[in-house]
Design a protein around this ligand. Structure first.
Ligand SMILES: Nc1ncnc2c1ncn2[C@@H]1O[C@H](COP(=O)(O)OP(=O)(O)O)[C@@H](O)[C@H]1O
Ligand SMILES: [Mg+2]
Length: 555
């Protein structure tokens, strides 16, 4: 293979995407295939998915030749790229035909050797193509050379009748080539527009989501002829499977429960998941929740997550004088869920709209912020948010690292606390206007609250009957002019459920004291204790129902 791909068993949760991409081989046969833009955040698994696709195409079908190419930043010149592209294509083609993987690995083959290989393999079409290419090379016309290389897959189809599926990773790097006289050839990549439209040589292009979006939709209209597939994060249960799979391959054991909050934080991004587990590996065997959180905070303040994002920031903001304000802007965006208009930001941070535009463009290219039509927001990525918060604390507020960690840990505990609170007896308060059928609102609220507290349906029914009974007893026969409100409190506790009602008036229709309620009334049957108290403006009635263990449903 032109790369090392994961073993099939280690490639988790992308069957559906893989199958639908694999379908392209039958489409290409029928002449209906279209080129594809596979988009998705960094680390989401685009490259891995395409590697897996290549393996399938290589081993499982004979209809089309798969060609996998990663645009290598080391090939900065048009000449080097073109040579490399042609070379790899022909080798992969011959390798597929002969099922001889070693041909793929024969890197560094010179054009002469390649020619020799083609001749030896009786691949006359390839001999012609190489010959043609060498001729174009002598003309020193960069565009011609480039086009000749990228058109080779279609060219080969025309002579052999064998369609080709071209997979190009890091496609955005095709923007960075230089020509023979070091003139900039930044626009040569646009020539791909010509070659991706052939249905017998469809291209699957991937790489940096934001840069490609810009290349395909803003700089050219290539996007219009591309099918768009967006790879999103894997879901939570698949994430947990991936955690387990990585734990197994690295030989560490961590309780699945403990990993659950991280599955949420990493938002289905395999890159984060993999790196986290890799780092955990160095921490020893029996890891506690605190160990995991420590590793996480190290990761975002000094570790790999930090390094990855900070290098993006540094790379994209070379102007030192803009870095501080950029960080302040990012920090500001961290705390906002909604989008912000750039003009507001310029005012807020006292920078010119031009500088702001620069910053915004840069961050957009780096995939750090998302620009809507007229407003912008931070990319939804909790790791990025936390890295920015850490960095801001360190560089703008001058807090030492351990302080930052403390603060972040506290934040985590606050999040954990809200979790714990629901375990403490909660209290639900509602206000209902004194209107006809007010009891229906009360009944509905009671039902929702009791359900949320896992009270059994039978008990909920009894509480509701009691509440209706109570309302018929306390609703005024004739409405007074001042209608007022009923104040209700529901207090579900471990062993009892209390309902408190305050009326906006003092004269209850028929309820003078709890003892006055006849025994045969349902409220007496279902409620264990009834209390009446006079308040300043009305009457407070407190109903308490004992909950037997079995009345709390286990679900
Ligand atoms: N479905 C998957 N199962 C297991 N590992 C995966 C999966 N998808 C991605 N990975 C791993 O996660 C890391 C990031 O994936 P990669 O394909 O490089 O992301 P992208 O190309 O979108 O930036 C790689 O190490 C890759 O092997
Ligand atoms: Mg990639």
């Amino acid at each position: 293979m032109p790369f090392s791909a994961l073993l099939e068993k280690d490639f988790i949760g992308r069957n559906h995407e893989l199958e639908s991409l694999y379908d392209i081989h039958s489409e290409v046969k029928r002449g209906i295939a279209t080129s594809i833009f596979l988009s998705g955040q960094r680390g989401i698994g685009k490259t891995e998915l395409l590697k897996q696709l290549f393996q399938l195409l290589y081993w499982k079908q004979h209809e089309a030749v798969p060609f996998f190419y990663t645009v290598n930043p080391a090939f900065a010149s048009v000449y080097d790229f073109s040579m490399d592209y042609l070379n790899k294509f022909i080798r992969q083609w011959l390798s597929f035909q002969k099922k001889d993987v070693s041909l793929i690995h024969a890197n560094g083959l010179s054009t002469e050797n390649l020619m020799h290989l083609a001749e030896k393999s009786d691949a006359h079409w390839a001999v012609d193509i190489i010959g043609n290419f060498l001729q174009v090379k002598t003309s020193a016309d960069a565009a011609k050379l480039f086009f000749s290389a990228i058109n080779t897959p279609y060219h080969s189809y025309l002579t052999t009748g064998m369609p080709v599926i071209v997979i190009i990773d890091n496609f955005q790097k095709t923007k960075e080539f230089y020509g023979p006289h070091s003139e900039n050839n930044n626009n040569l990549w646009m020539l791909f527009e010509e070659v991706i439209k052939y249905r017998q040589a469809p291209h699957i292009l991937t790489g940096s989501q934001t840069e490609l979006q810009e290349m395909f939709f803003e700089k050219t209209s290539i996007g219009e002829s591309l099918e768009f597939i967006n790879l999103s994060g894997i879901d939570k249960s698949t994430s947990l499977k991936l955690f387990t799979s990585f734990c197994n391959s690295y030989g560490i054991a961590v309780d699945r429960e403990l990993l659950s909050p991280f599955a949420d934080l990493f938002n289905g991004n395999p890159f984060y998941i993999k790196n986290f587990i890799q780092t955990l590996r160095k921490e020893g065997k029996n890891l506690s929740a605190d160990d995991l959180w420590n590793v996480y905070f190290n990761e975002i303040t000094i570790g790999k997550f930090y390094t990855c994002w900070i290098s993006q920031l540094r790379k994209h903001i070379p102007r030192l004088e803009l870095r501080k304000v950029s960080l302040e802007i990012l920090y500001h965006l961290c705390s906002r869920k909604t989008s912000t208009a750039p003009s507001n930001l310029a005012n807020m941070f006292l920078i010119s709209i031009n500088d702001l535009n620069d910053i915004v463009n840069i961050f957009q290219t780096a995939g750090i912020i998302e620009m809507n039509f007229s407003s912008l927001k931070l990319t939804e990525d909790t790791i990025l948010t936390n890295v920015i918060k850490g960095l801001y604390n360190k560089e703008i507020l001058g807090n030492p690292a351990d302080k930052i960690k403390e603060a972040l840990l506290k934040e985590r505990h606050i999040a954990a606390d809200t979790h714990v609170k629901t375990v403490e007896p909660p209290l639900f308060e509602i206000t209902i206007p004194n209107i006809p059928r007010a009891e229906l609102i009360a009944l509905n609220s009671l039902e929702q609250i009791a359900k949320s507290q896992n009270i059994s349906p039978e008990t909920i029914g009894q509480l509701q009957v009691a509440l209706v009974d109570l309302f018929t007893n306390i609703m005024p026969q004739e409405k007074s002019s001042d209608d007022g409100n009923f104040y209700l409190k529901f207090k579900p506790d471990k062993d009892k459920f209390t309902i408190e009602i305050k009326t906006p008036y003092k004269e209850l229709a028929s309820l003078s004291s709890p003892d006055a309620i006849p025994e045969n009334q349902l409220i007496k049957r279902y409620i264990d204790d009834i209390k009446l108290e006079e308040t300043k403006s009305g009457i407070k009635i407190i109903l308490t129902k004992e909950l037997k263990k079995d009345t709390v449903s286990s679900t």
